[in-house]
Design a protein around this ligand. Sequence first.
Ligand code: NDP
Length: 331
Amino acid sequence: MTDTFNALQTAEEGDGFATRLVQRSLDDLPPGDVLIRVQWSSLNYKDALSASGNRGVTRNYPHTPGIDAAGVVVTDSTDTFAEGTPVLVTGYDLGMNTAGGYGEYIRVPAGWVLKLPGGLDARVAMLHGTAGLTAGLCVQALLDAGVTPADGEVLVTGATGGVGSFAVALLAHLGFQVVAGSGKAEAADWLTQLGATALIDREAMLAGASKPVLKPRWAGVVDTLGGEPLANAVKSTSYGGAVACCGLAASTDLPLTVFPFILRNVRLLGVDSVEQPLATKAAVWERLATDWRIPVLESLCAAETDLAGLVPWFDTILQGGVRGRVLVNLA
Ligand code: NDP
């Protein structure tokens, strides 16, 4: 182990922010229980916000983004994890105001760290990352609400994104008829390969926006967009159906009346992957590693890159241009 290591660092430069590869020292890392040698990380929408100076995500710069990390334990002052234990960290404050997974080392509280479930290596864990965990939490929320494959079609919005594509593949794996809502017509074959049985484009997801309820179609919904697409999805949910709301890629607004809730008994389920208790995260990771292990996992990999090669991807994901997951190799 050396004292210095490679990391991406986002800093103010001129009128804006720039992200560069720098050398950091272990002494630069925040205090914490567990020092982890990061082997793989991944790209999420929130990482791109942090790397572009969004102070809603990261207050203080210079900063190393990366809300996901998988690697091995170097030291643990709590003696919870032996040296060399393969582990993963997603969410909590990692990559937000705590130096994140775009550095070869992180130091974090033991309460953020999960032993890698059997069957997942660090790369495959990061192919899932926060996106896979969030999709898993959404699917769990729909199942807990009683939605079953026999109830009919389920809709996934933002279907080519990290969370969306994972949700399409996972729901299909569990036997649901999945309709993929996407703005990318050219991704139709890929979404079908992931398991979507039908596609709906962005315009169609917005049709009838002025009405309080729409023709019922969805037994369940995983929504990553917010705004009018979410409102329309709620209005089109069948009697007793459920909608898992996890994202804001289109908008933070929710232009709805109460009618879908009081006339159709529709349930709107909030899903957060960041502050979930570690035990809840562990339960979903265990399922992702076993009965929820999706057969088309490798098809979700948009690209693998090293730290320096990651920088151009920040703009791409902010423009909604990533299909699946971008993996970062720090091994
Ligand atoms: P991605 O950028 O990978 O996916 C977002 C997708 O949404 C895009 O690929 C695109 O898919 C669609 N999209 C993007 N912009 C727009 C727009 N303006 N209008 C309509 N559709 C759009 O992001 P992630 O999958 O990482 O995250 C998705 C959302 O979920 C984000 O808002 C993120 O902040 C949130 N999130 C929340 C978490 C939680 O814990 N609640 C955890 C992880 C993410 P297409 O072209 O197919 O429509």
